[in-house]
Design a protein around this ligand. Structure first.
Ligand SMILES: Nc1ncnc2c1ncn2[C@@H]1O[C@H](COP(=O)(O)OP(=O)(O)OP(=O)(O)O)[C@@H](O)[C@H]1O
Ligand SMILES: [Mg+2]
Length: 311
């Protein structure tokens, strides 16, 4: 599908979220307002920004788990008014049903989506996706008897088994060690590669992960009144390999650009907003690549989610 005839699957239109101030008589805490973006069919888009800027809030609004204070989200042209069968979510803490085995967790979701299917058909379908997520053993174990990586694999298998148009992932690998994280990223690339039309929106704090997986990366400024300041195009050819990608021309330029944004520009842009931040910043949570000077010297004035091409 060419860029011209790509279908917009998710559209955020003047999206805003505010919370009442805990202090009476004070103005609302505006997390973000007038946020606009689209996600096209088959795109993998990540969102990076400092802690508390509103990433999860945006994802939860798309998922229909949280109402917006202003504006709307449309999925396939329908306004989002609650959770829907065309959207699946993977959370950081897997959110599996603790009383069901790995296999049954996936089967339960499949049965809910296709209630007329026979148990055998449901099992077959569930196993297809468990296998894609490299889960062939331990399927009879309950979540508490699985490792963190296996739980996350079950969560990913469950989300893909629902065959939704949109997959929303909120720091899906945040709780995993580096090795497990790497191998599940590989699984994700593989599964997503087989589902050409699936649109993915993923929140991460890991710059390398975002570059490896994404077609575009949204860079969010700090709150309050956070903005998606840039949409960085990652045009490194696919298939991408974790060990080879660093040799791609432009890789370090993209990486430095994003880190520069996080270190400097995310604050500079938001410092124009004269309000007390509504959450302390947690910079320690961001995974800066260890061997990179975080200050690239590049600057950008893009404030309206302008598309940024680095390479
Ligand atoms: N129920 C609530 N009442 C008031 N403020 C809230 C509520 N829920 C979230 N917030 C505020 O909204 C802001 C955005 O929260 P959100 O969880 O979306 O941030 P985030 O970017 O996902 O952060 P992190 O990277 O730490 O997960 C934060 O400042 C948070 O304090
Ligand atoms: Mg969050």
């Amino acid at each position: 599908m060419t860029k011209e005839n790509k279908k917009t699957v998710v559209k955020a239109d003047l999206l805003g979220k505010s919370y009442p101030s805990p202090t009476r008589g004070q103005p609302d805490n505006v997390v973000f307002e007038n946020v606009n973006f689209t996600l096209e069919q088959g795109e993998f888009v990540s969102c990076i920004g400092h802690s508390g800027c509103g990433k999860s809030t945006i994802l939860n609004i798309i998922a229909g788990l949280e109402p917006a204070s202003g504006g709307s989200v449309f999925v396939n042209d329908d306004v989002v008014a609650g959770p829907g069968l065309e959207r699946a979510v993977v959370f950081q803490n897997h959110s599996l049903l603790p009383w069901l085995s790995a296999e049954k967790n996936v089967m339960f979701a499949v049965q809910s989506k296709w209630p007329t299917w026979s148990t055998e058909k449901v099992r077959e379908h569930a196993h297809k996706y468990l296998k894609m997520a490299s889960l062939t053993t331990g399927l009879d174990r309950k979540p508490e008897q699985l490792s963190g990586g296996m739980r996350q694999r079950v969560g990913i298998a469950r989300a893909f088994a629902l065959e939704t148009d949109v997959l929303l992932m909120d720091e899906p690998f945040g709780a995993l060690d580096a090795l497990t994280r790497g191998s599940i990223q590989d699984e994700l690339i593989k599964i997503w590669g087989q589902e050409a039309n699936k649109t993915v929106f993923m929140i991460t704090h890991d710059v390398d992960e975002a570059i490896l997986l994404s077609d575009r990366i949204f860079l969010m400024t700090n709150g309050p009144k956070a903005q998606i300041a840039e949409s960085v195009v990652i045009d490194i050819p696919r298939p991408r390999d974790r060990s080879d990608i660093i040799h791609s021309p432009g890789y370090y330029k993209i990486r430095n650009h994003i880190i520069d944004f996080l270190v400097k520009r995310s604050k500079e842009i938001s410092s124009n907003v004269k309000e007390v931040p509504n959450a302390p910043l947690d910079e320690g949570k961001l995974n800066y690549p260890p061997n990179v000077n975080p200050i690239s010297g590049e600057t950008s004035e893009c404030l309206d989610a302008a598309t940024t091409r680095i390479a």
